[in-house]
Design a protein around this ligand. Structure first.
Ligand code: C5P
Length: 224
């Protein structure tokens, strides 16, 4: 069976960066499952579909025409052949993603797509339910957290660096709203798998977290 390493956790916990670096280090494929929910929200908004309309958003999820193209600047995301790499990272897409992610038929439609990323030599999967629902047989499961204040600060620095105008307060409110929706929903809520190792990154640097994850992977699969 192709080995899978899952890293789940709330937004801003550092899992995106960790997954990217880990997949490069191992030469594994990378699944950014959040991007699929963001794409479903962006495609729905573009087609004038109400994000609360369960069957219409599920239909959009089922027929997403998306390409993830590696480039020197990271992965370029194409939706219907249009570059939406930065659009899917905007706050509107973040909030929209967490609305459509609560719909069971949307999650079912995206499940098959996510599992298709499991290709040799292995996969690093980033999300909320990678270890609990999508890859319950993953060889290593990590649940990465950090305090909401620290996560808002990280996101603020990212967005300011990108030239966006945001306030720390608004970001903290948005992170809390998204956490609440992701944890309270009945379909695949954000929670640690029973066999996941929890890492609180609030006071850790990215390299310290990466070191810890790499040593766990080494113990379990001895690939590095
Ligand atoms: O990880 P990211 O912040 O890009 O995810 C955006 C949203 O997509 C999350 O807030 C969550 O609602 C949803 N999501 C999910 N399950 C996943 C990945 C993301 O519900 N596996």
């Amino acid at each position: 069976m192709v080995p899978v390493i899952t890293i789940d956790g709330p937004s801003g916990s550092g899992k995106g960066t960790i997954c990217q670096r880990l997949s490069e280090k191992l030469g594994f494929h990378l699944l950014d499952s959040g991007a699929l929910y963001r794409l479903t929200a962006v495609a729905s908004m573009r087609q004038g579909v109400d994000l609360h309309d369960i069957s219409a958003t599920a239909d959009i999820a089922r027929h997403l025409n998306v390409v993830f193209e590696p480039s020197n600047q990271g992965v370029v995301v194409l939706l219907d052949n249009r570059d939406v790499t930065s659009e899917i990272r905007q706050e509107k897409a973040s909030q929209g993603a967490s609305i459509v992610a609560a719909h069971i038929p949307v999650r079912q439609a995206l499940l098959v797509r996510q599992r298709a990323f499991r290709e040799p030599p292995g996969l690093v999967a980033d999300g909320r339910d990678m270890g609990t629902t999508v890859f319950p047989d993953a060889v290593v499961k990590i649940f990465l957290t950090a305090s909401p204040e620290e996560r808002a600060k990280r996101r603020y620095n990212q967005l300011i660096e990108r030239g966006d105008s945001v306030t720390l307060r608004a970001l903290l409110d948005s992170i809390k709203a998204r956490d609440e929706r992701d944890m309270q929903r009945s379909a695949s809520p954000l929670k640690a798998a029973q066999d996941a190792l929890e890492i609180d990154s609030t006071k850790m640097t990215i390299s310290a977290v990466l070191e810890k994850v790499v040593s766990l992977v080494q113990q379990r699969i001895g690939l590095i």
